[in-house]
Ligand binder design. Structure first.
Ligand code: MG
Length: 157
């Protein structure tokens, strides 16, 4: 077994789509970024790369590369899962935390789990999504940013 940790944060701006784990969330603010700025998927990618000892998301998908402008982060995640498979690694489970003052993510959790699990090629019960507010403190509390944490465990085939 191998474990990894991932973290990501993006600024929030009006009129940007809020996509978490590949799921579109209805909210007037969304993260800014070179790709679709899916902060949760980015944290999961870094957790997977960390567990595999393969560096970080910026090394694999540079935000200076026009190829990744507005990129679908779920496609990047699928690409990483393929890289792991090629090295004989399979995802055992993933645990995550999204830190956002608003909106309430509880209604979206089942869909996010299902979507991430499909891309990770594992059962939804091996993907956990937790949502927390920042109790009004810091960048997330002011709704200036949204952040996410993830851990991943990989099994060697
Ligand atoms: Mg990011």
């Amino acid at each position: 077994m191998r474990t990894g940790i991932g973290y990501d944060i993006h600024r929030l701006a009006p009129g940007r789509a809020l996509i978490l784990g590949g799921v579109r969330i209805d909210h007037p603010l969304g993260p800014t970024g070179h790709s679709d700025a899916d902060v949760l998927t980015h944290a999961v990618i870094d957790a997977l790369l960390g567990a595999a000892g393969l560096g970080d998301i910026g090394e694999h998908f540079p935000d200076t590369d026009p190829a990744y402008k507005d990129a679908d982060s779920s496609a990047l995640l699928a690409d990483v899962v393929g890289t792991l498979e090629a090295r004989g690694l399979v995802v055992h489970n993933v645990d995550t935390i999204v830190v956002a003052e608003r909106p309430k993510l509880a209604p979206y959790k089942p869909k996010i789990k299902e979507r991430l699990a499909r891309v990770l090629k594992i059962d939804p019960d091996r993907v956990n999504v937790k949502a927390k507010t920042a109790e009004g403190t810091g960048a997330e509390g002011r709704q200036a940013a949204i952040s996410a944490w993830a851990t991943a465990t990989l099994a060697e085939r």
